[in-house]
Write a protein that binds this ligand. Sequence first.
Ligand SMILES: [Zn+2]
Length: 73
Amino acid sequence: MSVRYVVVCDRAGPHGVCAAQLHTGARSEDEATAAAERAGWEIHGGPDYCPGHSRAPRPAPPPTPIRRGGPQP
Ligand SMILES: [Zn+2]
């Protein structure tokens, strides 16, 4: 029997828990953690987050300047 570590995302949203999983193929927790970090996961020994949820809350995009037509003052 072999043990494989699967990292799952712990982010819960309005539609339930994120379904993202990472099959690391690692045989130890340290290996699995390293593999997950290389793949962009956020692993802190607490809740783990997939790359899509690793930075929460996501920074808002910079405001886009509004250009108006016509002569400028
Ligand atoms: Zn996620």
